[in-house]
Design a protein around this ligand. Structure first.
Ligand SMILES: [Zn+2]
Length: 248
């Protein structure tokens, strides 16, 4: 069964999921408009019409989702694109999740918009992508600021070396996975809070024009981040300052 919108096609298996699927399509269209603006791609529009529409595949429940997708057990959904079939874009998840409309759906749409904007073959660090995608989850920034303060004061955050090398899909330690996601968002949140949205948009432009991540960082934030190590140091210092402000 399927329901079609302007930029999305939702496919589902069970008739009783139809009201949920209709709600998903309506929300997806509104995210499509807003997320590209948030990330700074104001001229980005109408990429996904007609045959380029994004598929949203919703299984009836988590067990069937995990069985058919082969995702790690902590996964609630994912975005993918097929390099063969005209770069077909798909968001795969399952119906009936309360969090789906506010968190998973905008997160996965943000991934797809980011990939389209940067170009099919562009490589950016996984943590950076995950940080950007989580910016679109409702209420997540506030939650992560609190959570990360605790993780950081207990020294349970990752060094950047371990962080950058982590193979997320192979990771089945849920605590490590949640620290990884929290740290990803925390770093992106730091870059935005401390250095502003305009610089952040310039960083995307530099990545789009083909610069490696570290090079794009250097070009966008001259005399601030000369390397990824600078980013690591300044992010840690920022968390220390936040902790002393809140008295924690
Ligand atoms: Zn993600």
């Amino acid at each position: 069964m399927e329901v079609q919108g302007n930029h999305f096609i939702a496919r589902f298996l069970s008739e009783e999921d139809r009201p949920f699927v209709n709600a998903v399509l309506a929300r997806a269209e509104s995210y499509y408009k807003n997320i590209s603006d948030n990330i700074g791609f104001s001229r980005y529009q109408n990429f996904w019409t007609w045959e380029k529409r994004v598929n949203i595949v919703l299984y009836p429940d988590q067990p069937s989702f995990l069985r058919f997708s082969g995702q790690p057990s902590w996964s609630l959904g994912y975005a993918s694109r097929d390099s063969q079939l005209f770069h077909t874009k798909t968001i795969t998840s399952y119906a009936g999740q309360e969090a789906f409309l506010d968190t998973i759906l905008p997160h996965e749409i943000a991934h797809l918009i980011l990939w389209d904007y940067l170009g099919f073959s562009r490589r950016v660090p996984v943590w950076f992508e995950e940080g950007v995608a989580q910016l679109e989850e409702k209420g997540k920034r506030g939650v992560v600021q609190k959570a990360m303060a605790g993780v950081f004061s207990a020294k349970q955050h990752f060094s950047f070396a371990a962080f950058s090398d982590m193979n997320l899909p192979a990771q089945d330690d849920r605590v490590k996975v949640s620290v990884y996601y929290a740290q990803s968002l925390s770093i992106v949140d730091f870059m935005l809070s401390r250095y502003g949205q305009d610089a952040f948009h310039r960083l995307f432009k530099a990545l789009r024009s083909g610069h490696e991540f570290e090079e794009a960082l250097r070009k966008t934030y001259p005399a601030i981040f000369n390397s990824i190590s600078d980013l690591e140091r300044k992010w840690q210092k920022y968390l220390e300052e936040q902790a002393s402000v809140t008295g924690g």
